[in-house]
Design a protein around this ligand. Structure first.
Ligand SMILES: [Zn+2]
Ligand SMILES: [Zn+2]
Length: 357
């Protein structure tokens, strides 16, 4: 196929919960309707430490040893049988989910609800969670899980297509009021993406709610106004900033305790709330039942990033969605321990930490 592909590669291998290191492993074989990619950049996601520390073992990952990583970009180095739309040398960005393609949910386009989840034999894939991921020099991907990116997007930026997609999917679900005001609770990477996506979709103003370093970066990078929850009553502050009316939409991106109720109380009558944060399995929230009904507050759960990657790539290529400044640190694969520590402790104002295998 023109390129010499080595038989082995470096990869981050999880041996058991929290026990991991760089190992030499076989380069995976490419199957039908798959491509082999040379991974150039992989961003650390908030769910990666969960997977690495085995907090969801048995599900993510289903077994050990395992290679995590799902927010990546790279180039195609080999194509499998049946592949007609990708060629060697194509630059691509990945998506973590690939549905079976034939269950009711997949046929209707909701491959994030694939009814064959966990059944690799059906063709279903969840790269970096259930199936081998991108913290490696190479990995194979279904043609359904990759999107071409032009030279206008660097590989590091391309690794954020998946991250931005979660915010884009949430914004698509709730709809953004043109000229309106959006509040974002939790100014981490997804929250910052939500602020920028809200502006692309026509919001005039963004209010960020958070604290400390992350609130400072929100002010610098994306928000028009900020509310520090350690020093203010956030609902009163948002009401004050909107002349008492409340915001048109809220993105909840922290999954913190009590933030759903805050979102409900800060949105205008008829307003909409997207839940982007990832709460723990057991999290339950008390909400004002009557108030929600009387004010027709609409609450949307948001799962992954189906059908938005092409839009995100277009936004990035046209310069409408800037992500470069969210990448605060880069590390080679060999420095994975330092990279994870930087991300997990938010060292030196870390927002997005990207690995270059
Ligand atoms: Zn992610
Ligand atoms: Zn399916």
């Amino acid at each position: 196929m023109g390129l010499t592909i080595p038989k082995t590669m470096k990869a981050l291998v999880l041996r058991s919960p929290s026990d991991f290191g760089i190992e030499i492993v076989p380069v995976p074989a490419v199957g039908a309707m798959e491509v082999l990619c040379r991974v150039r950049a992989v961003a650390i996601c908030g769910t990666d430490p969960e997977v690495i520390h085995g907090r969801l073992k048995g599900i993510w990952p289903p077994a050990y040893p395992f290679i995590p990583g799902h927010e990546w970009s790279g180039e195609v180095v080999a194509v499998g049988p049946g592949v007609t739309t990708f060629a060697i040398g194509d630059r691509v960005a990945g998506e973590a989910w690939k549905g079976c393609g034939y269950c009711r949910s997949c046929v209707e386009g909701d491959y994030n609800f694939c009814e064959n989840y966990g059944k690799t034999e059906t063709g279903m894939r969840h790269y970096g969670f259930m199936n081998q991921g991108a913290y490696a020099e190479y990995n194979t991907y279904s043609v359904k899980a990759i999107h071409k990116i032009s030279e206008r997007i660097s590989f590091n930026e391309g690794s954020l297509v998946d991250t931005a997609g979660v915010a884009a999917h949430g914004a698509e679900l709730i709809g953004i009021t043109p000229g309106g005001t959006v509040a974002v609770i939790g100014p981490g990477p997804i929250g910052l993406m939500a602020m920028r996506v809200a502006k692309i979709k026509g919001a005039a103003r963004v209010i960020a709610i958070g604290r400390k370093g992350r609130l400072e970066s929100a002010k610098r990078l994306a928000a028009d106004d900020v509310v520090d929850f350690e020093h203010e009553d956030v609902v009163a502050a948002v009401r004050r900033l909107t002349n008492g009316r409340g915001v048109d939409e809220v993105f909840e991106a922290s999954a913190g305790e009590g933030t759903l109720k805050q979102a409900i109380m800060m949105v205008r009558p008829g307003g909409r709330i997207a839940l982007l944060g990832v709460p723990s399995e057991k999290a339950e929230e008390r909400v004002p039942f009557k108030y929600i009904c009387r004010n027709e507050i609409k609450i949307f759960g948001v799962k992954a990033n189906p059908n938005v990657s092409e839009t995100v790539v277009s936004w990035m290529e046209s310069g409408r969605l800037v992500v470069k400044d969210l990448i605060t640190h880069t590390f080679p694969l060999d420095d994975i321990h330092a990279a994870l520590e930087t991300f997990e402790t938010r060292k030196d104002g870390a927002v997005k930490v990207v690995i270059n295998p």
